[in-house]
Design a protein around this ligand. Structure first.
Ligand code: NAD
Ligand code: TYD
Length: 344
């Protein structure tokens, strides 16, 4: 795809990864323009983008990606060169609690965006998927782009369905669509229901942290800026119809992560509570990122321990940000998922 004067439509840009990606793109490309289309669900927050609000290359439009009329108008009017779709319901526990919205936004919403791209001849459609579509690994091996898709949570199943639709739109209509499948992200502006910001904000208040099961589940962690660099590279150099895995090369058990956070915050290990497990909890994720490394020359740059220290510092320095998002709709989910289910 062309690299100059790109008009980008970012869906879901008010969330964690989308907002970091928009900030990254505007800093990296003087002549790019970004339209951010976001419904502003509980996870969408314009405060995440306060620093770019005044930038004339950036515009926000509030819309639901499932609304075909609204999306059709935005795409026809904006004539984007590319659409990058971050918009999704993203929290696995919420998908177990109530799957319906996940199917609507993550599947139907993606289809609506793809239809608008198709009708308006958009040159690239990049779907931000997840390694969770591959299911769970045992103690060895890694997910490659050819690994079978075996999603285990309603969230993962909805993301898998969208990936399959993307494939179908590429094969059937020739939509120039590409999929990235990234591992667990960490960094600033992550909604404090995901383990790292959730635990940091609990530890700050000397509250116990609920570790599911035996704490031995493994995730591969990547800094959100490394994810942004990978998405940029796939957008510019990726081949339509292909899938690219993105990983951090940092496999850690949840109890290791918890202890790292306790140490970074100077808090005692007595804050750890082992609580009943998440149903269907995937044991281990690990990414083989040979393809993106060799074909596009992309590799993660942020050293894990340093990234975690900086991330912890960011949450400690931005307490009003997380207090505001934790005070709203989040409280009823917290009560249902943790208190009523004996997980706290
Ligand atoms: P997030 O929950 O922080 O943000 C999601 C954003 O999408 C929010 O701004 C929300 O308002 C918006 N949104 C939700 N439903 C919408 C709708 N119907 N219409 C328009 N906007 C809507 O999520 P995130 O962690 O930033 O994840 C972004 C994407 O990356 C998702 O597609 C997710 O599946 C994928 N992903 C996330 C991770 C991770 O570790 N967080 C890892 C791999 C892939
Ligand atoms: P999460 O941040 O929800 O991301 P994902 O489920 O998409 O990987 O969870 C990361 C890991 O942390 C996962 O193995 C579940 C675990 N976890 C806990 O042990 N306790 C918690 O309260 C949460 C939210 C997650």
């Amino acid at each position: 795809m062309k690299a100059n004067g790109v008009r980008l439509l970012v869906a879901g840009g008010a969330g964690f990864i989308g907002s970091n990606f928009i900030r990254y793109i505007l800093a990296a490309h003087d002549d790019w323009q970004v339209v951010n289309v976001d419904k502003l669900t509980y996870a969408g927050n314009l405060a995440n983008l306060e620093d770019v609000e005044g930038d004339e290359r950036y515009r926000f439009v509030r819309a639901d990606i499932c609304d075909a009329n609204a999306v059709g108008e935005i795409v026809a009017e904006g004539e984007p060169d590319a659409i990058v779709n971050f918009a999704a319901e993203t929290h696995v526990d919420r998908s177990i609690d109530d799957p319906g919205l996940f199917l609507r936004t993550n599947i139907l919403g993606t289809q609506v965006l793809m239809d608008a791209a198709r009708k308006n001849g958009v040159a690239r459609f990049l779907q931000i998927s997840t390694d969770e579509v591959y299911g769970s690994l045992g103690s060895w091996g890694k997910f490659s782009e050819d690994s079978p898709l075996r999603p285990n949570s309603p969230y993962a199943a909805s993301k898998t369905a969208a990936d399959m639709l993307l494939r179908a739109y590429f094969k059937t209509y020739g939509l120039p669509a590409i999929v990235t499948r990234c591992s667990n992200n960490y960094g600033p502006y992550q909604f404090p229901e995901k383990i790292i910001p959730f635990f940091v904000t609990l530890m700050k208040e000397n509250q116990p942290v609920p570790v599911y099961g035996d704490g031995g589940n493994v995730r591969d962690w990547i800094h959100v800026d490394d994810h942004s660099r990978a998405v940029e590279a796939v957008l510019l150099g990726g081949r339509p119809g292909e899938v690219y895995n993105v990983g951090g090369g940092n496999e850690r058990t949840n109890i290791e992560i918890t202890k790292l956070l306790l140490a970074a915050m100077g808090k005692p290990e007595s804050l750890v509570r082992f609580v009943p497990d998440r149903p269907g909890h995937d044991r281990r994720y690990a990414i083989d990122d040979t393809k993106i490394r060799t074909k596009l020359g992309v590799a993660p740059q942020v050293p894990f321990e340093e990234g975690i220290r900086e991330t912890v510092r960011w949450y400690l320095e931005n307490e009003p940000w997380w207090r505001a998002v934790k005070s709203g709709e989040y409280l009823s989910f917290y009560d249902r998922w943790y208190r009523q289910k004996g997980r706290s």
